[in-house]
Design a protein around this ligand. Structure first.
Ligand SMILES: [Zn+2]
Length: 89
């Protein structure tokens, strides 16, 4: 019996090339949505490409389950991360 799992958001953290200690966020509000990056570059952003290439590792994923199962830990389980990693974004 598997609960229905709905992915709500996918997020990677990307270190800046030029600003030491600065990190940008590449995210999508859903698996079907376009990835966005919050870095200042509008035309030369490399972070999204890196996320898609797997260079940023596995994303953080926020999911909901139906029926809703309350978890004491907010982090996605390894199974959820594997699911997100297997998505063809
Ligand atoms: Zn970027």
């Amino acid at each position: 019996m598997n609960p229905t799992i709905v992915i709500k958001a996918i997020t990677w953290t990307a270190p800046s090339d030029t600003r030491v200690g600065t990190r940008y966020t590449v995210s999508a509000p859903s698996p079907d949505a376009e990835l966005r990056c919050d870095c200042p570059a509008r035309t030369t952003c490399k972070h999204i490409a890196r996320a898609l290439a797997g260079e940023l590792g596995r994303p953080r994923v926020r999911v909901t389950q139906r029926p809703v199962i309350r978890r004491t830990h907010a982090q996605a389980s390894p199974e959820m991360r594997d699911l997100a990693a297997s998505l063809d974004l």
